[in-house]
Write a protein of this length. Structure first.
Length: 591
């Protein structure tokens, strides 16, 4: 800013004091400030009974956006703080204190309050305790003198608990810490698509720096009821077993839960692949995973052309608990940028079990009281304030949406553990993956009885709703009959027929990874299955039969396939036409 531009600025100075200052005092304040800022100053006295023995000056501009907002504290309390700070700095520097005190009294000049400095009392395990920052706020970013940043996570009467972003070995007891008056945030923008970043928004894929468009706080209030609209548009996963029975809507939060190695990440990955060409921005947040696993996942996405619309936020197992703690919030802030610009976002948190463990680690280091399973009492709020930010925004706010797929790992199928029950109660449904089903070859290993979507048919297209029919009820009856069959050797023909039908449905719902179905393919397969077309096909031949059926449909009825994908609707005549086509195909292929 040039000197000429500075002179145009009109500065307002509010002088707070218990007693009204004299004209002479106000003139001294005005002369001091005009000399300091080289600008015309308007001095406005304000009465404030909390200011003792002196006065406090707050500066602001009225006609030009220039960062003059500062506070000069010439009260008795303010002067005492400044003197105390000077003595502390001298002691840390191992200087002789008495000459410094004498000099400080002679040359005493007020220091702006925004230069508030604290002192590190202790540091270790990624946590620093700090004194001297009386006005610091929860979630504020602090800057250590070595250049490392930290975030306030604990406020006590006489000290602050701060988590450290970086190598704590550079921070020592007695180090200075400064306030930034900024909350933790992450750079955001279109340029992040296709990149792998860490929890602080820094690229870790070796492809150079990323140009940011904006800076979003990682902690943000969830949209209110007035700012939302109903969840009524499908977020198709491409997985027949999920889209038919547990449909997910844009703006929904659907939990994927199951034991280790049951295909939880595979479901999320296939859902990301299925968004190709649909204008959906996908964000995958990896929490506490091996770096090699995330690198392999990124390569698979790149191989299938999905990295072009995907952002990976990576906080690996080797990263600190602090970075693992903020990773999902950083990913959510990135998603909010696109949602606020009217786009649809799919975000996967993989997984929140490890996130809760990272938070428990930080909380215990901060000496918070442990509760159930050693988690602190606010662990429910940890995930509720994250997942509530997923929404389908109103048209007045652009109509964007953010759909969350949190993943939670269970131990031996125990969904009654603390973290699983918490997240089940926060989300709009869950997809439960069963180890026994997975090991028997049923993949995705979705347990039909324990899985649910609380949005349900509201998020299905009309074509899918018609094609689905009573598939969930049929599968439930089959599972009951399968258990009964173990205790009976002699079955009547009707029961055998029902069992063959159920076995055919279960075999049809098996799906290879990286092979999501398009909507018209799902409609064709479901229409044929509910019409008992697959009942006379041997179970081991159903995969090949269904592939050939879809290939034949693409070549013989392409117009109908295109219409289903485009409109999501089928008339009764078109449904009968699909059924007739499937029957003819069965006859031609020796059904």
């Amino acid at each position: 800013m040039t000197e000429h531009e500075i002179r145009k600025v009109e500065v307002e100075a509010f002088v707070y004091s218990r007693e009204t200052p004299t004209d002479e005092q106000l003139k001294k304040v005005q002369d001091f400030l005009e000399k300091k800022y080289n600008a015309a100053v308007a001095v406005i006295p304000k009465q404030d009974d909390s200011v003792r023995d002196g006065f406090r000056i707050e500066i602001g501009t009225s006609t030009y956006k220039w960062n003059l907002d500062r506070i000069f504290d010439w009260s008795a309390e303010g002067r005492a703080k400044q003197l105390k700070q000077s003595i502390s700095e001298a002691i840390r520097g191992k200087q002789d204190v008495l000459p410094m005190i004498r000099q400080a009294i002679e040359d005493f000049e007020p220091v702006p309050k925004d230069e508030e400095v604290g002192t590190v009392l202790t540091v270790g395990d990624g946590i620093a305790t700090i004194s001297g920052l009386e006005d610091a706020e929860y979630g504020e970013i602090l800057l250590f003198e070595c250049g490392i940043k930290g975030m306030i996570l604990d406020l006590k009467e006489d000290e602050i608990g701060c988590v450290i972003f970086g190598d704590e070995s550079e921070i020592t007891e007695g180090s200075m810490v400064r306030r930034t008056k900024k909350v933790a945030g992450i750079p955001v923008g279109e340029a992040f698509m296709g990149r792998v970043i860490n929890a602080l928004g820094e690229p870790v894929d070796g492809k150079g720096p990323i140009t940011q468009e904006d800076y979003y706080p990682i902690e943000n209030p969830a949209p209110g009821i007035i700012d939302r609209q109903p969840v009524n548009r499908p977020m198709e996963t491409g997985l027949l077993s999920i889209d038919s029975m547990f449909p997910i809507g844009r703006g929904q939060r659907e939990l994927i839960i199951g034991d280790r190695q049951t295909g939880k990440t595979a479901i999320a990955l296939d859902t990301i692949l299925n968004q190709k060409g649909k204008g959906v921005v996908c964000i995958y947040v990896a929490i506490g995973q091996k770096a090699s696993s995330v690198a392999q996942l990124a390569e698979n996405l790149r191989k299938h052309g999905a990295m072009d619309y995907t952002i990976i936020v990576n906080a690996t197992a080797s990263d600190s608990a602090t970075l693992q703690y903020i990773a999902p919030y950083s990913g959510c802030a990135m998603g909010e940028f696109f949602m606020n610009h009217g786009k649809d976002v799919l975000i996967v948190y993989d997984d929140l079990s490890k996130h809760a463990v990272a938070y428990r680690t930080l909380s215990l280091l901060l000496e918070r009281s442990p509760g159930r399973e050693a988690y602190p009492g606010d662990v429910f709020y940890l995930h509720s304030r994250l997942l509530e930010r997923s929404a389908h925004l109103s048209d007045a706010l652009g109509g964007g949406s953010m759909t969350a797929l949190p993943i939670v790992e269970t131990q031996a199928g125990d969904v009654s553990a603390y973290i699983p029950t918490n997240i089940i109660s926060i989300t709009d449904g869950q997809i439960f993956l069963e180890s026994d089903l997975f090991h028997s070859g049923q993949r995705p290993a979705v347990n039909v009885g324990l899985s649910v979507s609380r949005v349900g048919g509201a998020a299905q297209t009309k074509a899918m709703k018609k094609a689905t029919g009573a598939i969930r009820l049929d599968l439930a009856q089959y599972r009951e009959m399968e258990v009964f069959m173990q205790f009976s050797s002699d079955l009547d023909e009707a029961t055998k027929k029902q069992l063959r039908y159920g076995q055919g449905l279960m075999r049809l719902l098996r799906q290879k990874q990286y092979n999501p179905y398009k909507q018209h393919e799902q409609v064709i397969l479901l229409t044929a299955a509910m019409g008992h077309i697959f009942q006379d096909v041997p179970v081991d031949k159903i995969p090949q039969f269904s592939r050939d059926l879809l290939d034949s449909a693409a070549s013989e009825i392409p117009d109908l396939c295109e219409k289903i994908d485009r409109t999501g609707e089928t008339s009764e005549e078109e449904r009968e036409s699909l059924l007739g086509f499937a029957k003819r195909f069965l006859e031609r292929n020796g059904g």
